[in-house]
Design a protein around this ligand. Sequence first.
Ligand SMILES: [Zn+2]
Length: 415
Amino acid sequence: MASGPTVNIRRDVDDKFYRYRMPLLTTKIEGKGNGIKTVVPNMADVARALTRPPAYPTKFFGCELGAQTSFDEKNDRYIVNGAHDANRLRELLDGFIEKFVLCKSCKNPETDLVILKSGRHEEIIRDCKACGERTGVDMRHKLTTFILKNPPVKSKKDKKRNNAGTAAASVGGSNSPTHDTEDAEGADQIHDAAESDDELTRKIKAEAAELNPETAIVKEDWAADTSPEAVKQRMKALESSMAAVGMGDDDGSDEDVNSPYTQLGKWVEENRDDVESPKVFSVELYKKVQEFGIEKKHKTLLVLMQALFTEEATTEIKSYLVLFKKMVTSERHQKALLGGLERLVGLMQPSLIPAVPKLLMEFYQADILEEEVITQWGTHVSRKYVDKDTSKKVRKASEPFLKWLAEAEDDEDDE
Ligand SMILES: [Zn+2]
């Protein structure tokens, strides 16, 4: 087994208790002149930690650097032509992990690469053992050609899993509904979930306990590394590392009837009216969201904003502020919430248009929406969630609140 320093597989996770670690990639320059090359002596160990064939990350380096690669699997020799800095290769490895290892949905590295064939069409997906999602890789990346030519060898464990029927249609599945889920989630997902799954589990338990006064769950080992500040920092680190990935256009895709979002929306609409106490309903609702595994998704807020409220939103909102506070953990969550607000007042309950300032005020005072986010949103018409006219109308309605915000800030400055 390799000795030497190890790092978190997700280097953007600054958590020394993060369960998933790999050896720090090392390099050795050999040869000179035109024959100079970079050997990665511990590539086999790194790849083992990622449960990928060592040739994949090596080839990935080649694709990214436009360099020739060669591998001698028997002797564990993995080589990239040219002289390359170890830090550069580590950064590229982060990219490989992001694109070909981490579950796109929950960011857990325990995934299998599976090749789905449907006619002549081939697709490589990451099958997540942690959350069960099957998310596609970007088939435009050159490495995918290499992977299709050199498919991952199935371990005995995987075969067992498939035989047991847990992973549906690993090969040859055509028109499987899992495709749709992937489309529905789109690039939004890639920005989610800044924490390791251990932490996540702990956090969910603690959150459920907090939401539900009847349940007392011990929180002691949870307190260590999950201060809002630490979580915030991790979120920030993740977001900046994701910035390069870019956002897809998910217009319309959330209309998919099979998506957990649609199902959640239906469930909320069916159950919201015979609620004995909004607090109890909040807990039930949060559990439902967890069941769907979308408690950290931005899009969940988009759905809740639309499904939870009637034309009485200005009174209903108070009961759900705790829930929203739990779920809005980043700027992107805030934006999705605002998108949901646009749809609620712009499309579903037009009688609420005059109530926009009041609704914004509630979210603002509960520290769910931040001033900068509201201001940015209010001053930029967008067609992301509604048509342009509706977008304008909703922003126009928000003006009194924006004005109040600006003035409140001026007052502060004067003092
Ligand atoms: Zn997952």
